[in-house]
Design a protein around this ligand. Structure first.
Ligand code: DCP
Ligand code: MG
Length: 375
């Protein structure tokens, strides 16, 4: 069990060696409670407590044995007092009073509804809640609110966007993305990333990474792709983020953003064959229009080929795996990993510059870091 005291990643390796994760009803009940707790702390912008529960959920997910008693979690990492209290109560009582309290909490319920809208985060939810708004109906009915373009799209396609994206839908969109990209850059590599690359059956969006291994580059590629979709009537929404990548300022200066690649957060119209014939016939009879498409959230990220491997690693996720990998690189290997490269801190000539990020955490910025070899 001494291995368990090491960083999470060593512990995960130990688990992998020990065998496949074992699922059990109780484990799912614990993970559900942890997710509720983590979400509530996220709504309260308490990152430390939020991460504590997310890490605990990851640890449980990977356990190669079931949990039935407190002794089973002895020596495991990420099991602080707050986490242990909840485990103990669920083992003894079958449920957690803390998690139940959160689920019944008015603020939690409102934030949960608000943040389910594309473009609405914790900050906007806080603003709406302070204004006395509690439900999405109340938000929609309030004419004084100034919604962003993204939030307007979020409300417009709400029903489609909250219903999960299936693997079949991801495959269909993947074909569209590949066909469109290859019209402009035939050798381009288009890879599905995010949850679907990790083998998940459902997701909240579909993430794609695009790169071109050949000598040809095309800075306008993403613009060409979305322009074509616009012409074809397939583009319901698009937020293009231009690249902010500056080689001299590595690693990424924009510490709060994930990376500096050019990307596009879009909503695509995916046409779907109708299975429900009765409603189709009914609609023909009454001349009402049946919606034969679904709005799907699609993220497109484009990267130079030499940074592709790092971008692929970062965009494949999971978020928790990325966090642990970056922590491992930093603490165990004295390196810095981001979505652009891997840097060796020991090869840095100047000391790092200390500065605070938006959340007030101290960060070190190394001006003279040299990225290790690319792909
Ligand atoms: N990612 C990240 N930090 C962010 C955004 C994304 O590390 N702020 C990485 C990790 C994610 C991947 O990119 O796994 C894709 O982001 P998603 O939010 O789409 O997450 P998933 O695809 O993993 O899950 P979902 O099924 O909800 O889309
Ligand atoms: Mg995703």
């Amino acid at each position: 069990s001494s291995r368990f005291e090491l960083l999470d990643i060593s512990w995960f390796t130990a688990c992998m060696e020990a065998g496949r994760p074992v699922d059990s009803e109780l484990k799912y009940r614990l993970m559900d409670a942890f997710e509720v707790m983590a979400e509530n702390y996220e709504f309260k912008e308490n990152e430390i407590f939020c991460l504590e529960f997310l890490r605990a959920a990851s640890v449980l997910k990977f356990l190669p044995f079931p949990v039935t008693k407190m002794k089973d979690i002895q020596g495991l990492p990420c099991m602080g007092d707050r986490v242990r209290d909840i485990i103990e109560e669920i083992i003894e009582e079958g449920e957690s009073s803390r998690a139940k309290e959160v689920l019944n909490d008015e603020r939690y319920q409102s934030f949960k509804q608000f943040t389910s809208v594309f473009g609405v985060g914790v900050k906007t939810s806080e603003k709406w809640y302070r204004m006395g708004l509690r439900t999405l109906e109340e938000v929609k009915a309030d004419n004084t609110l100034k919604l962003s373009k993204m939030q307007k799209a979020g409300f417009l396609y709400y029903e489609d966007l909250v219903s999960c994206v299936s693997k079949a839908e991801a495959d269909a969109v993947s074909l569209i993305v590949k066909n469109t990209v290859c019209r402009f850059l035939p050798d381009a590599l288009v890879t599905i990333t995010g949850g679907f690359r990790r083998g998940k059956e459902i997701g909240h969006d579909i993430d794609f990474l695009i790169t071109n291994p050949g000598p040809r580059e095309d800075d306008e590629l993403l613009h060409k792709v979305v322009d074509l979709w616009k012409k074809q009537g397939l583009l319901l929404y698009c937020d293009m983020i231009e690249s902010t990548f500056v080689k001299e300022q590595l690693p990424s200066r924009k510490v709060d953003a994930m990376d500096n690649f050019q990307k596009c957060f879009a909503i695509l119209k995916l046409y779907q064959p109708r299975v429900d014939n009765s409603s189709y016939n009914m609609s023909k009879k009454f001349h009402t229009e049946v919606k034969d498409w679904k709005a799907i959230r699609v993220d497109l990220v484009i990267t130079p080929f030499e940074q592709y491997a790092y971008a692929l690693l970062g965009w494949t996720g999971s978020r928790q795996f990325g966090r642990d990998l970056r922590r491992y690189a930093n603490h165990e290997r004295k390196m810095i990993l981001d979505n652009h490269a891997l840097y060796d801190r020991r090869k840095c000539q100047q000391p790092g510059i200390r500065f605070r990020n938006r959340k007030g955490c101290w960060l070190l910025l190394y001006q003279t870091l040299v990225p290790l070899a690319g792909v």
